[in-house]
Ligand binder design. Structure first.
Ligand SMILES: Nc1nc2c(ncn2[C@@H]2O[C@H](COP(=O)(O)OP(=O)(O)O)[C@@H](O)[C@H]2O)c(=O)[nH]1
Ligand SMILES: [Mg+2]
Length: 616
C-alpha cells in the first residue's frame, strides 16, 4: 500500500484515532468551560479543581494521543526490514542479504512530526529515521534487531541483541511477528515473545508469499501449542508490497488485510488507552464533582432567569402604560399640530384665509406664548429633547429623571430588582455580578440609558405620527371641498347682501335692509368655524389608533432591558454553564463506554506464558 493510499484510507469511514482526538477535545472543552464564568462561586470552585488537575490532564492527553508503536520482530532474513519499508511506503531501513547482519541497532521509523515521547530511544540504542510519509502519521515502526543474527565476522550471536530486544518489546503497543516457511518452527524469538506477550496484541505474518507455500495452518497449530490464541495469520510478500507501493498500484489482498488490522488496532488502542488510562477517570471525577455542585443550582438559576423575563414584562407594561398616558395627555398638542399644519398647507383660498384669521384672533387672546409641555409636546413643537445631562449625585438624580420622562419610577424598578436579588441569591448569584453597585457603575448608568432609549424611540414614533398627519392634511381634494363649501357660503352671503342693497334699498327704498350685512357676517363666521372644526376633526381621524400602535410597538423595543440587565446576563450565563456540564458529561460517557474493537489479533492466553517459554 502506498503512503497515499494509506492516507486516503484514513480519511475514509474509519478515522485512525478519533477517540484520542475526542479525548483531547473533551479535556480542552472542560478546561475552557471551567474557566468560562469567573465570579460565580460554583464555577470558580470547579475552575479551581480543574486547574489543580491540569498537569495530570495534559499528561493524559499526551499519553492517549501517543502514536501506536508497532514492533516488527522475527528471525534474521525473514523480511522484517522489507516489511517496514512496505508499511512506510518507502525505503526507510536497509533490507537485503548482501550485508548481513543488516539490522543491528533497532531502527525507529516515525513521521517528521510524530512524538517519540515514551519511546526510550537511548535505552534501546535506537537509530531514528524520520520520514515525511503520511502513512506513519500515527504509528511508529520499530525494525527490531535480528535476535538470531550472526556476528559481522561470522562469529557468535551479536552480544546485547537479546538484551536490546527485551528492552524494546515493552515499549511496543503491537508486535508484528514475522516468519517464513523455513523459520517458523525454529522460532528463536519465542522466548522473549512469551515474556512480553501478555496483554500485548500480536499480528503474525508469513512473508515471502510469492516464493513459499502457505504454512499458516501449521504455524497456527504450532502457536496454539505454545499457548497463543491466533485468530488470523497474515500472508504477504514484502518485496511485492514495496514494488506495488513504488509503482502506485493497489496493494495485494494479504497486505491490505495487514494494514487494515494495524489501523483497527490503532483506533481501538486509542480508545483502550483512554479507558485504561487514569485521564478519563479524572475527567469523569471532575465532572461528577461539578455535577454535585451544580445540580442543586439548576432549579434556582432557571427560576431566576424566568423571573427576569417576568419582571421585564412587568416593567414593560408599566412603561407602556406611562407612554400611552403621555401620548394621550398630549392630545391638545396633537390638535395644535394638526391646526398648524392646516394653516400652513392650506393656502390661497378664502377658507385658508379664514383659518389664518381665526388663529390670528385666537393669538391675540392667548397672551402667553405657547409653551410645549411634556415629551410629546416638545417633540411636536420641533424641539429634540435630549437626555438630561448627568447629574453629580448620579443614582437618585437619574432615577428621578426616569420617573419624569417616562413614568417608570424608582419604586417600580426597585420592586423588580428586590424580587430578583432574592432569587439570584438562591442561585448564588451575588454582587458584584448583580446589584446596585453594578447599576451605578457605568458612566451614565442604565437608567439614563433607558431614558435615552425611550426618548429616542418615542421621538421617532411621534415624528412618524406627525408625518402621517401632515400627509393627511396635504390632501388636495379635501382642501378643495372645504374651500368650495366655505366659498358657497361666502357667495351666498355676498349675493344676498348685494340683492338686499341693490334690490331692497335702491329699488324699493327699504332702509331696514341694512342690518342684514351684520347678520350675514355672523352666519359666515359660524359656518367658517363649523367647517374649521370639521376640518380639524377630519385631520385628527385615526390619531388614536396611531397612538395605540406606537404604544404597542414598545414591547418589541426591549427598552427596559438595561434596568435588569445584570440579572439577565448573570442568570442566562449560569443556566448556560450548567447546561454545558450535561453536554460534557454526555461526551465523556461516549468515550468512557463502548467496547474495544480488537478482532483478529493474537494474544497470549492468560496463564500460558510458562508453556510458551518452555517450548521456545
Ligand atoms: N520474495 C520475497 N523476498 C523477500 C520478502 N521479504 C524479504 N525478502 C528478501 O529477503 C531478504 C532479507 O530481507 P530483510 O527484509 O532484510 O530481512 P530482515 O533480516 O528480517 O530484516 C532480502 O533480500 C529481501 O529482498 C518477501 O516477502 N518475498
Ligand atoms: Mg533487517
Amino acid at each position: 500500500m502506498t503512503a497515499d493510499a494509506m492516507c486516503n484510507d484514513r480519511r475514509g469511514d474509519e478515522p485512525l484515532a478519533p477517540a484520542a482526538d475526542q479525548f483531547a477535545g473533551l479535556v480542552e472543552d472542560l478546561t475552557n468551560w471551567a474557566g468560562s464564568m469567573p465570579g460565580w462561586a460554583p464555577a470558580d470552585e470547579i475552575a479551581r479543581r480543574v486547574g489543580a488537575a491540569t498537569p495530570r490532564l495534559t499528561a493524559a492527553v499526551a499519553a492517549v494521543s501517543r502514536p501506536l508503536v508497532v514492533g516488527v520482530i522475527g528471525g534474521t532474513g525473514t523480511g522484517k526490514s522489507t516489511l517496514v519499508n512496505a508499511l512506510a511506503g518507502r525505503d526507510v531501513t536497509l533490507a537485503g542479504d548482501l550485508m548481513r547482519p543488516t539490522t543491528l541497532r533497532p531502527v525507529v521509523v516515525a513521521a517528521e512530526e510524530a512524538s517519540l515521547e515514551g519511546v526510550p530511544l537511548e535505552a534501546i540504542d535506537a537509530e531514528v529515521v524520520r520520514t515525511p510519509s503520511e502513512a506513519l502519521a500515527e504509528i511508529v515502526l520499530i525494525d527490531c534487531p535480528d535476535p538470531d543474527t550472526q556476528g559481522r565476522a561470522g562469529g557468535d550471536a551479536a552480544p546485547g541483541n537479546r538484551d536490546r530486544l527485551e528492552r524494546i518489546l515493552p515499549v511496543c503497543d503491537v508486535l508484528l511477528v514475522v516468519s517464513t516457511a523455513q523459520k517458523y518452527r525454529s522460532f528463536s524469538v519465542a522466548e522473549e515473545l512469551a515474556l512480553f506477550a501478555p496483554g500485548r496484541p500480536m499480528l503474525f505474518v508469513q512473508t515471502h508469499a510469492s516464493r513459499d507455500a502457505d504454512i499458516r495452518d501449521d504455524w497456527a497449530a504450532e502457536l496454539a501449542r505454545q499457548g497463543y490464541a491466533v485468530p488470523n495469520i497474515f500472508r504477504i510478500d514484502g518485496v511485492e508490497a514495496c514494488r506495488r507501493g513504488r509503482e502506485g498500484l493497489p496493494p495485494s489482498e494479504g497486505f491490505a488485510e495487514l494494514t487494515a488490522a494495524i489501523r483497527r488496532e490503532l483506533a481501538g488502542r486509542a480508545a483502550a488507552r483512554i479507558r485504561r488510562g487514569s485521564g478519563v477517570e479524572l475527567v469523569g471525577w471532575l465532572l461528577e464533582q461539578a455535577a454535585g455542585r451544580l445540580e442543586p443550582l439548576e432549579q434556582p438559576t432557571a427560576a431566576c432567569a424566568e423571573a427576569v423575563s417576568r419582571e421585564t414584562t412587568r416593567l414593560e407594561a408599566v412603561l407602556a402604560e406611562a407612554v400611552t398616558d403621555e401620548l394621550g395627555r398630549a392630545r391638545p398638542a396633537w390638535r395644535r399640530l394638526v391646526v398648524d399644519e392646516l394653516e400652513e398647507q392650506w393656502e390661497g383660498g378664502p377658507f385658508a384665509a379664514f383659518l389664518r384669521g381665526v388663529s390670528m384672533v385666537a393669538g391675540w387672546f392667548r397672551r402667553m406664548p405657547r409653551s410645549a409641555t411634556g415629551l410629546v409636546g416638545r417633540v411636536l413643537a420641533g424641539e429634540s429633547p435630549g437626555i438630561p445631562a448627568a447629574a453629580d449625585s448620579r443614582g437618585d438624580a437619574e432615577r428621578g429623571r426616569l420617573d419624569a420622562a417616562i413614568g417608570l419610577d424608582d419604586a417600580e424598578v426597585e420592586q423588580s430588582r428586590s424580587i430578583l436579588v432574592g432569587l439570584a441569591a438562591r442561585a448564588e448569584i451575588v454582587p458584584p455580578r448583580v446589584g446596585r453597585a453594578r447599576l451605578e457603575a457605568s458612566a451614565d448608568g442604565p437608567v439614563a440609558a433607558v431614558v435615552g432609549r425611550t426618548q429616542a424611540w418615542l421621538t421617532a414614533g411621534i415624528r412618524r405620527l406627525a408625518a402621517r398627519r401632515r400627509d393627511r392634511t396635504a390632501h388636495r381634494g379635501v382642501r378643495l371641498l372645504f374651500e368650495l363649501l366655505f366659498g358657497m357660503m361666502l357667495a351666498a352671503v355676498v349675493l344676498r347682501a348685494g340683492l338686499d342693497f341693490f334690490y331692497g334699498r335702491l329699488w324699493q327704498g327699504n332702509d331696514s335692509a341694512g342690518g342684514l350685512l351684520t347678520e350675514a357676517a355672523i352666519w359666515l363666521l359660524l359656518w367658517g368655524l363649523a367647517l374649521r372644526w370639521a376640518a380639524v376633526a377630519w385631520a385628527c381621524r385615526g390619531l388614536e389608533a396611531d397612538i395605540a400602535t406606537v404604544s404597542d410597538s414598545l414591547r418589541s423595543e426591549d427598552l427596559v432591558a438595561p434596568l435588569l440587565d445584570d440579572f439577565r446576563t448573570a442568570a442566562d450565563a449560569s443556566v448556560a454553564f450548567i447546561a454545558r456540564r450535561d453536554e460534557l458529561t454526555t461526551r465523556w460517557r461516549e468515550l468512557a463506554g463502548g467496547e474495544p474493537a480488537e478482532e483478529g489479533l493474537g494474544r497470549l492466553r492468560v496463564g500460558q506464558a510458562q508453556v510458551a517459554s518452555g517450548s521456545g
